[in-house]
Design a binder for this molecule. Structure first.
Ligand code: G3P
Length: 478
């Protein structure tokens, strides 16, 4: 019982003076799996102070040395893949193999970031004045990229490690310090990941990790005057944060309702395989999951049959068994998903499978003949339930996609590449995938949402640039 994971501040593992802890519930057993410290506002203040101090000298640390430390952290992270993956299995019920993949992908991301960082930040620009009307060549302008200061990183539960390092590594290579507030489900995985950075030997205070109750330290962190930039991934909370944050750069990736538009000439086996991968991997708990299928009526019966056959093969059970479908993250999430299912039932959707739930475990469900008056046509279940809307024209599909308040990704299946490009142009989303399910990776690709899906663009290169500011020095010649 005394086992409460310590938080990380000023290079040390500490107990909170609050004497309180936050319980992490295992989604599969619904019992308390771990406990973390419930940090106080006072402790947040201390973390901010040391982050500010550490950043000053870190920004003067040679770029190649920063990169060297990141490469070291990446290697240690990969060495620790097994115990971290085990935490992911217990905290967020991620299937065992995917949990390992998440950690390995994170190590690769950190290394890539170090390499990309030395290239991007190792270059500046040189401008001359006489290209602008009225000027002689009397001014030389030198540009470089300087860090923003203290970055606050808030990753979500579904990729606690990967979406933490996708903020940590760009921040650090660019000369910033970083304060991490992990999600409650995923906090211990994050603490373990931070331990890898600790072992790599980063200067004290440069990276810290505070755990606790959102009600106590959430707003306090996001509105803290010591924060110079917030990088957030998650749900609606991001909208609230963006309204309350000060005049600082924000990088936000929020929800999505990624549409899969299927044309008459599409390879339906390819579509069905991608719907399974896109709609049901990690039980649909991905921002980039396919969340609505918009299929041309003439091929809908055939596609639904193919998807049904593949759904029947999905294994359902605990993450330890590496099941395809595992319990969703919390009871409230399962209840929310169930609410969407009941609404669809009442309004006449066709159930391709029987609805089944045990605790937080929801069996995969394909809902056919969904209509726009059903909540599931618009809302994000974040669970293994996928609606199919039959359309009579491509325009109808594009219209449904664009009527959403979200605009993260989308995909279109057709053999006609010209049509695909026109549809991509018409879809109001950050990314459109042609003939494949939406996905964020590879992690150096730009990743962005429009409308309620986000602010700014991520991906390794964009994140490094976003976490810096251009500084210029102008030499005035006599
Ligand atoms: O849900 C988080 C989002 O970043 C998805 O990432 O890799 O599953 O496409 P990915």
């Amino acid at each position: 019982d005394g086992e409460v994971y310590k938080y990380y501040s000023d290079g040390k593992w500490k107990k909170s003076a609050s004497g309180k802890s936050v319980a992490i519930i295992n989604p599969t057993t619904r019992n308390t799996q771990y406990k973390v410290q419930a940090c106080t506002q006072e402790e947040v203040n201390k973390v901010m102070d040391s982050a500010k101090t550490a950043q000053k000298s870190w920004s003067k640390t040679p770029l190649w040395k920063r990169a060297e430390l990141l490469h070291k952290a990446a290697a240690i992270l990969k060495e620790h893949k097994a115990p971290i993956a085990e935490c992911l299995v217990k905290e967020i019920a991620k299937p065992a193999k995917d949990a390992v993949t998440e950690v390995v992908r994170s190590g690769d991301l950190v290394s890539y970031c170090a390499e990309e960082g030395v290239r991007i930040l190792g270059e500046g620009k040189f401008l001359v004045s006489d290209s602008f009307p009225g000027n002689e060549r009397t001014k030389y302008c030198l540009t470089s990229k300087i860090p923003l200061g203290v970055i606050l990183a808030i990753p979500p539960f579904n990729y606690p490690v990967n979406l933490a390092v996708s903020k940590i590594a760009p921040a650090l290579i660019a000369g910033n310090s970083l304060v991490l507030k992990p999600p409650t489900q995923g906090a211990v995985s994050c603490l373990h990941m931070v331990h890898c950075f600790h072992l790599a030997g980063f200067p004290k205070g440069l990276i810290s990790c505070v755990t606790g109750k959102g009600s106590e330290i959430g707003d306090f962190l996001t509105m803290h005057p010591g924060v110079n930039c917030i990088s957030f991934t998650g749900g609606d909370t991001g909208i609230a944060i963006s309204k309350k944050a000060g005049m600082i750069p924000l990088q936000m990736e929020l929800g999505g309702k990624d549409a899969c538009i299927v044309l008459e000439d599409a390879d339906l086996d390819l579509v069905a395989a991608n719907i399974i991968k896109g709609g049901f991997s990690y039980s649909g708990q991905r921002c980039t999951a396919i969340k609505v299928v918009l299929v041309m009526d003439s091929v809908a019966d055939s596609l639904v049959e193919k998807v049904k056959a593949r759904v029947a093969k999905l294994t359902v059970g605990p993450p330890e068994n590496d099941s395809d479908i595992t319990p969703v993250v919390s009871e409230s999430s399962a209840n929310f998903i169930e609410g969407l299912v009941i609404d669809a039932k009442q309004k006449g959707a066709t159930f391709c499978q029987e609805y089944k739930r045990e605790g937080n475990l929801i069996w995969p469900l394909l809902l056919d003949n969904v209509r726009p008056d059903m909540r599931i046509a618009w809302e994000e279940p974040f669970g293994p339930v996928l609606p199919v809307i039959r359309i009579n024209s491509v325009e109808e599909g594009i219209h449904h996609c664009n009527a959403s308040n979200f605009g993260l990704q989308g995909c279109v299946f057709t053999k006609d590449v010209n049509k695909a490009l026109l549809i991509s142009d018409a879809m109001e989303t950050g990314t459109v995938q042609i003939n494949s399910a939406p996905a964020r990776g590879p992690d150096h690709f730009p990743f962005q949402g429009i409308k309620d899906s986000g602010i700014g663009s991520q991906g390794i290169t964009n994140s490094i640039n976003m976490m810096t500011k251009v500084k210029t020095t102008v030499i005035n010649l006599p």
